[in-house]
Design a protein around this ligand. Structure first.
Ligand code: SF4
Length: 413
């Protein structure tokens, strides 16, 4: 059997216990206090945790140190408490966007304690129609967040609206001048974009060539990052000094319990499958931070513990985790270049169909899954006649399209 970890179990236990002691105190405080008292709980817990900030990494050529784990706030419920709990547990990087609906809660939190803003790396995003529109969008974001500046502003989901046009932005004069104007204004220290488009490798290569973007947040998993085109693109950005942030890393598998059953070495090392996945991502030092949406205090505890116990994985450990992930029968497209549809000889967007089905079945976003499916063009939904076995063979996550797609038709159609 492969030996999962070279990290001392005792060391992991000590770190875990140390963390749990702090975390349990904060949880207990939160349970007995009303929301107006949470700021006080944060101050107390913050003092305890002030010497326990999460490890930071340098964000590319910006030279700024950022928490290796950052709090994603997409569709957050109970965010007031999660923000304070994350802060008390050493996270100093929060990610938001106009479309997340989380900016008002973050604004209230910033107003509750003026010392937070100075220590926080705050990132938001918006969708401009053209790069220069970001100047106006940034003002709107600052108003929503009740702050004078953010640390980093992203163009949100570059490539999603018109990939051929937006592909040119990272090398365009307009975006370059806009980024310079934003940095000069002091309203955002740094400028970049997020992307989960299938053509990410090309978009990243364009950013490396343009050379003026400070940071990129991209959909990633540790195996995709090793694939040729993505590996080269990540190398190019890293070499150009662009800070890289990983996101949506759970995409590709949501059956974490199955992974745990297939990889007992994780349990021996006191790691959950998700913690193992985070360790795999942090093993790639090109990434400065990993964005994770944390919706309850247990998730914050689990992910913070992962950061505190991190040590790089060996190649054999990475491979073992990948094999267990695939063997567990992933259901969700991890967003490569769409090779499944090409291999299947279809215009149907097989990756998106499985993605929306997973939103429905595993993430609880039933209405949104149906809406997204309804918005697809008919040819993107029609997979009849596709060679699904060829698609499965081509897919890095080995999705079982033959069982997933009929269910997508039935549930979402
Ligand atoms: S091959 Fe797999 S990971 Fe790539 S787009 Fe298709 S379903 Fe997604």
């Amino acid at each position: 059997m492969r030996n999962w970890g070279d990290q001392s179990q005792d060391q992991a236990l000590i770190h875990r216990r140390g963390f749990l002691e702090v975390g349990a105190g904060v949880a207990a405080a939160g349970a007995v206090m009303g929301s107006t008292q949470l700021a006080g709980a944060q101050a107390v817990a913050g003092k305890k945790a002030s010497e326990k900030l999460l490890t930071k990494r340098t964000l590319g050529r910006t030279g700024v140190e950022v928490s290796m784990l950052n709090l994603g706030t997409w569709k957050s419920v109970g965010l007031d408490r999660i923000l304070r709990f994350s802060w008390a547990n050493g996270i100093r990087y929060v990610d938001t966007a106009k479309s997340y609906g989380s900016e008002p809660a973050i604004g209230r939190w910033l107003q509750s304690d003026s010392s937070i803003r100075k220590q926080l790396f705050l990132v938001t995003k918006d969708h401009p129609g053209t790069p220069s529109e970001m100047l106006k969008k940034l003002d709107e974001r600052l108003a929503a967040l009740q702050t004078d500046y953010v640390d980093l502003i992203f163009i949100h989901a570059l490539g999603d609206h018109d990939v051929n046009t937006e592909m040119e932005w990272p090398t365009s004069k307009e975006f370059k001048e806009t980024a310079e104007a934003i940095r000069k204004s002091g309203k955002a220290k740094f400028v970049g974009f997020s992307t989960h488009h299938l053509r990410r490798p090309e978009i990243l290569q364009a950013a490396a060539k343009g050379g003026f973007v400070d940071a990129i947040m991209l959909q990633n998993n540790p195996w995709m990052a090793q694939e040729d085109a993505m590996n080269r693109a990540l190398d190019a950005c890293h070499k150009a000094g662009i800070g890289l942030i990983s996101m949506k890393q759970v995409a590709g598998n949501v059956k974490l319990a199955d992974i745990a059953a297939r990889l007992p070495e994780l349990k021996e090392k006191k790691l959950t499958p998700y913690q193992g996945l985070l360790h795999a991502i942090w093993t790639d030092e090109r990434f400065s931070s990993c964005c994770v949406s944390m919706r309850n205090t247990d998730q914050v505890r689990e992910n913070v513990a992962a950061a505190r116990t991190f040590s790089p994985l060996t190649k054999a450990q990475m491979d073992a985790l990948r094999d267990a992930t695939i063997a567990a029968g992933p259901t969700l497209c991890s967003g490569c270049d769409g090779r499944c549809s090409v291999a299947a000889g279809t215009t149907a967007e097989l990756g998106n169909l499985t993605r929306f089905l997973t939103y429905h079945d595993h993430h609880g976003y039933r209405g949104e899954a149906r809406r997204l499916y309804a918005e697809m063009h008919e040819t993107a939904r029609d997979w009849k006649g596709a060679d699904l076995e060829a698609a499965r063979h081509a897919c890095p996550s080995k999705l079982d399209f033959a069982s997933l797609l009929p269910r997508a038709d039935q549930i979402l159609g």
